[in-house]
Design a protein around this ligand. Structure first.
Ligand code: HEM
Length: 428
């Protein structure tokens, strides 16, 4: 008997789960999504950066391979990590507060304010790349560099500076962020010393965030200070925690995405040449195609009461109360009806000028989520990827290390993404 059948109960209750916006997605087969996600994971507790104190993924290996085979998904089950006992502080779970905060983030990351944040990012990134090249590279030979290290010394520094201001852009703060974020990684072994260091680092970071809030130097902090954070109900320590988890949540998404983007560029010298020759080259179709192919973490929603759903094959099934629904973008992103030849790297599918899209609508992507909780950082994330690629190409020549295998799709990345090296040379 399969997991779903075991959970079939008779019921007829109202449904309260955030699905409506998802069904408006172009080409998205919602029912198949849900079916495969529930079949894949069974019961899941997972992380939202502002909620859920514990993560436990229960993997059902047989069901998983079944779903993968049926949906022709190119996923190696060995790459799916089973996380357990992964605890994280719960900052606050009030839905109104989260909605307000997302509005504040959106306000901070839009229009004129976004332009200021972008300019701060670019300026700092250029500076850090120059420093990195001088300190670690030379112009004659290629040096082996871990991508995560390159990100830590350039991208992370620039994003801390642009989003939070000077107090967080110091080498000391970066080291503390690294120690804290490593401790959240599911792959890190139990080590008392490391846990101690991480907790000290976290305390220091929280104090720095309090300073950041008081100084209010950046558009993000200014928007929060006049929005959600002006509420007397939220104390200073909780505000600092929100910022810390906001930072961790956003970086844990952007860093592995950027690694894939850069590796893709290194493998396609024609794009590298175009970007170097034309500073206004539109990288968005390239970024979208990389995000489509690599996929992202599933988005989860808690089922608050049993839902009965009829599948496209006519069969009915139940998603029981207490289960989490995970929306796996990969199923949509590999759907041949929306993306012809789905395994092919073809940025032109997002580019109308090439005339490759069959309908007037360009194919939709699911990487940033949908509806009210859609990623408020998407515009900044796209900018970070385009700008980082531009500055890395400006300062470094790169080659892939060893024999490169086509990147396998990872569903759950560790905090700093894959540990992969590159060969880098300082550009003359
Ligand atoms: C390629 C990079 C990124 C990807 C793929 C990504 C993806 C997502 C997704 C799918 C969600 C929705 C989660 C849900 O509905 O449960 C989300 C939420 C969010 N993202 Fe991003 N994101 C990225 C980068 C960023 C960046 C750079 C920032 C900040 C500058 C950011 C800030 C946020 C915030 C504040 C939320 C709301 C979280 C919540 O309500 O729990 N993201 N992101």
């Amino acid at each position: 008997m399969n997991l779903l059948e075991q959970n079939q109960n008779s019921f007829e209750q109202p449904v309260h789960v955030a699905l409506t916006d998802v069904s408006q997605m172009n080409g998205l087969n919602l029912v198949d999504y849900i079916k495969s996600c529930v079949a894949q994971f069974g019961n899941i507790f997972t992380l939202s950066i502002f909620g859920g104190p514990k993560i436990t993924l229960v993997q059902e290996p047989d069901l998983f391979s079944d779903v993968v085979a049926k949906n022709k998904m190119n996923i190696n089950p060995e790459l799916v990590e089973v996380r357990s006992q992964f605890e994280i502080d719960n900052v606050f779970c009030d839905e109104q507060q989260i909605a307000q905060m997302n509005r504040d983030f959106v306000l901070a990351l839009k229009g004129q304010k976004l332009a200021i944040t972008k300019a701060r990012y670019d300026e700092r990134l250029n500076f850090e790349c120059q420093k990195f090249a001088e300190r670690y590279l030379n112009t004659h030979n290629y040096c082996e560099v871990e991508l995560a290290e390159l990100q830590l010394k350039t991208m992370i520094k620039a994003s801390l500076y642009s989003l939070f201001g000077k107090p967080l852009a110091s080498d000391q703060a970066i080291a503390e962020y690294f120690s804290f974020s490593e401790s959240l990684s599911p792959t890190v072994s139990d080590c008392k010393q490391a846990a101690n260091d991480a907790s000290c680092a976290k305390e220091k970071l929280l104090l720095l965030f309090e300073q950041v809030l008081a100084e209010a130097q950046t558009p993000l902090i200014q928007s929060l200070n006049i929005g959600l954070f002006s509420s007397p109900m939220i104390n200073q320590e909780d505000k600092a925690k929100v910022l810390l988890y906001f930072l961790w949540g956003s970086l844990s998404n952007i860093l592995p995405s950027m690694q894939s983007f850069y590796r893709t560029l290194v493998q396609h010298p024609s794009y590298v040449n175009e970007i170097r020759a034309n500073p206004s080259f539109d990288m968005l179709p390239l970024i979208k195609e990389v995000l489509r192919l690599r996929g992202n973490k599933p988005i989860y929603r808690l089922v608050e009461s049993n839902i009965k759903i009829q599948g496209t094959d006519g069969k009915k099934f139940v998603v029981p109360k207490g289960h989490w629904l995970g929306f796996i973008s990969q199923i949509h992103h590999q759907d041949e009806k929306t993306f012809s030849d789905p395994n092919k790297f073809d940025p032109s599918r997002f580019c109308k000028a090439f005339g490759h899209t069959k309908s007037n609508k360009r194919p939709s992507l699911f990487v940033y989520g949908v509806g009210n909780s859609k990623c408020p950082g998407s515009a900044f994330a796209n900018h970070m990827m385009a700008s980082t690629a531009m500055y890395w190409l400006k300062h470094f020549d790169a080659k892939l290390c060893g024999s490169h295998q086509a990147e396998a799709i990872r569903m759950f990345d560790s905090v700093l993404g894959d540990k992969q090296s590159l060969l880098l040379k300082k550009r003359a």
